[in-house]
Design a protein around this ligand. Structure first.
Ligand code: GRF
Length: 191
């Protein structure tokens, strides 16, 4: 699309609930972005099935066997072929190479289930509980060459309750992710 709309490509590896939240929010008449491609490194990712059912263009390729450079070249071509302007990572479980990030510099964002800069990487909820933190949450940030390290664009806090397990906390943080990510992507797309 042209004008105030930004074309967004969503990258995922799994169930895709954040992608669904982004797509659903994009249907509001004043939303400044449109999801034009859902791409995955896992051809059997459940999120792809949902996106196909919504008639959104999908692309998938497993890097296994072809190697990262060839996989990323194909991914880059698919994104450019769909006129993607902004990439939103949503449960994309593979590290993008420095080269790929440089080619899309400042145009890739990610949602991470912690209050960055705390708990970069995996097992964020278990680590927050083990540290006896009072609050957990999620962050949307710009993707740079440093893992979970780019500018934080927005955060939502979620209290940690007595008796919380990593699973119960993850469920409440995920609900906050679904509210936060569309808001931040819309603001990012409009800037
Ligand atoms: C989310 O918790 C997200 O923060 C993290 O991976 C999970 C993806 O979940 N990066 P979904 O595939 O969006 O349901």
């Amino acid at each position: 699309m042209t004008g105030k709309h930004k074309n967004v490509g969503v990258l995922l590896s799994g169930r895709g609930s954040n992608m669904m939240a982004l797509v659903e929010a994009s249907r509001a008449p004043d939303c400044p972005y449109e999801v034009v491609l859902v791409a995955s490194d896992k051809p059997d990712a459940p999120g792809l099935t949902w996106a196909k059912d919504q008639s959104i263009a999908c692309w998938s390729l497993s890097p296994k066997g072809i190697g990262k450079p060839a996989y990323e070249a194909a991914l880059d071509a698919a994104l450019r072929g769909a006129n993607v302007e902004t990439i939103a990572l949503a449960g994309y479980m593979r590290l993008l190479s420095d080269d790929f990030v440089a080619r899309w510099s400042g145009r890739i964002i990610n949602i991470h289930p912690s209050l960055l800069p705390k708990y970069k990487g995996l097992d964020t909820h278990a680590r927050a509980i083990a540290a006896k933190d009072a609050v957990a949450g999620c962050s949307v940030h710009v993707v740079t060459e440093e893992l979970d390290g780019g500018e934080v664009l927005g955060q939502a806090e979620v209290p940690i309750l007595p008796g919380d397990t990593a699973e119960t906390l993850a469920t409440r943080v995920l609900a906050a992710e679904h509210r936060l990510y569309p808001q931040i992507l819309a603001a990012f797309a409009a800037r």
